[in-house]
Design a protein around this ligand. Structure first.
Ligand code: HEM
Length: 419
């Protein structure tokens, strides 16, 4: 048994610092993670200025943590490794992802019907129209910064319609979402995780929006559905709506934007597989699943141990932080053949990028639909896509995303030959 614990001596030191956003600047440290999965799969990672955390690296152990909310709490310390100040933690706890049972199920129940496969499938035509409009706008420009000009508008517009938000507010909310999730990157103005001013600003927007909506007859959108639903015997307060809204908009925006832009970059780096998708678009759904495994938009989510426990022979004490590393679990060689290679034909593909258990991503079916339609429309519109500059990654220990992807989009092959 590995007797290392948070309160005792640290475990075998690894060569990688998973707490530092700089570690991920040039991509995930897959080599180090592969070595740790073998030698130290529940790895103690110290942090500057606050207690460190256990990095859970193997697929089976991530599943175990995710499935045992009675041992590993999402609410106790929130879902990121940096301990939030009390005021932020109070707001974070109004988010579904940071609730424990039974509160969690009481809040998730009324929402889940809007995100089930059948409900999401009904949105296909509308989401396709949005994708076509985005591609038509991109055609006008040809040279684009793909992350912000092509990928980001999809989740922004889908959410705007989902919630019935005024169109003029959509890009403002997208920028706030980006500030919240990218605040470890100096380009977005922050140094820690979760720009709290942006989070509070978005919650205030949502609270005002909910209050105004209550004055009107309900309409058929998610806002009205949430406001008239029963959450464990009472309606949702405007304050709670604020937290919910922030969670849905941030969770849905940046992850989806990440999936679309990392997906394109991965396909550009695997031109044979891109060609296969062009030749047979029915392969795109499976390819999206592989994109989400290979370039999972979130590196980890955190839990806090409520009791002393043992995980993979490692003693974990009550109060310790525990981070489920999807980035590592998705490349666990005991689960995936050739885990380091990108393979659009991979099946089955039990990746953990959408989490597992009670907190399994509420928006997974929506994200899959957006991914499939986006790539179908992208490949149908542009005969050729070419990288015209260096891709730039977000500085983050949580978000596995790009912030810059300069590409040239060409409708005809002959454009690249200069004919
Ligand atoms: C590729 C895109 C996405 C990825 C990779 C992703 C990933 C995740 C992961 C890993 C979790 C689990 C959290 C945990 O266990 O602590 C989660 C939860 C969640 N996601 Fe997503 N997500 C994506 C898109 C979306 C979208 C489009 C929405 C919009 C509705 C969304 C809403 C949520 C919500 C509300 C939760 C919390 C669920 C709960 O705690 O019950 N996500 N997501």
């Amino acid at each position: 048994m590995n007797v290392a614990s948070a309160s005792g001596s640290s475990g075998p030191s690894g060569s990688v610092d998973l707490a530092s956003p700089d570690t991920f600047l040039h991509g995930a440290p897959h080599e180090a993670l592969t070595a740790l999965r073998r030698t130290d799969p529940v790895h103690w990672q110290p942090m500057d200025g606050e207690p460190g955390f256990w990095a859970v690296l193997r697929h089976a152990d991530v599943v175990r943590v995710a499935r045992h909310a009675e041992i590993f709490s999402a609410s106790e310390g929130g879902i990121v490794i940096e301990d939030p100040p009390p005021q932020t933690l109070a707001r974070v706890r109004t988010m579904l992802a940071a609730m424990d049972p039974p509160r969690h199920s009481a809040h998730r129940g009324p929402l889940s019907e809007h995100f089930r496969p059948r409900a999401i499938a009904r949105r296909e035509e509308r989401v396709r129209d949005i994708c076509r409009a985005i591609m038509a706008e991109a055609r006008e420009r040809a040279d684009v910064e793909f992350v912000h000009e092509v990928a980001a508008p999809l989740p922004t517009r889908v959410f705007g319609e989902f919630f019935g938000l005024p169109r003029q507010d959509w890009s403002y909310l997208q920028k706030l979402a980006e500030r919240i999730t990218s605040s470890q990157d100096p380009d977005f103005g922050g140094s820690g995780y979760g720009d709290d001013d942006a989070g509070a600003e978005m919650a205030a927007y949502a609270i005002e929006f909910a209050a105004a909506r209550r004055q009107h007859d309900p309409v058929e959108d998610l806002t009205s559905a949430i406001l008239r639903a029963d959450f464990g015997g009472h309606p949702m307060s405007d304050f709670d709506f604020g937290g919910f809204f922030v969670q849905l908009v941030t969770a849905g925006n940046d992850t989806t934007k990440g999936m679309l832009s990392s997906g394109l970059l991965t396909l550009l780096r695997h031109p044979d597989q891109m060609a296969e998708l062009r030749a047979d678009p029915s392969l795109i759904a499976r390819a999206v699943e592989e994109i989400v495994r290979y370039e999972n938009p979130l590196h980890y989510f955190r839990r806090t141990a409520l009791v002393d426990t043992v995980l993979a022979d490692t003693r974990i004490s009550a109060g310790d932080k525990v981070a489920m590393y999807y980035t590592s679990a998705n490349r666990d060689e005991t689960v995936f053949d050739n885990p380091q290679s990108f393979n659009i034909h991979r099946h089955p593909n039990p990746h953990l990028s959408f989490g597992m258990g009670a907190h399994f991503c509420l928006g997974a079916h929506l994200a899959r639909l957006e991914g499939r339609l986006f790539f179908e429309e992208l490949l149908a519109t542009f005969a050729r896509v070419e990288l015209i500059g260096e891709p730039v990654r977000i500085r983050s220990n949580l978000n596995n995303s790009l912030k810059g992807l300069p590409v040239r989009l060409m409708t005809e092959i002959r454009q690249i030959r200069g004919v």
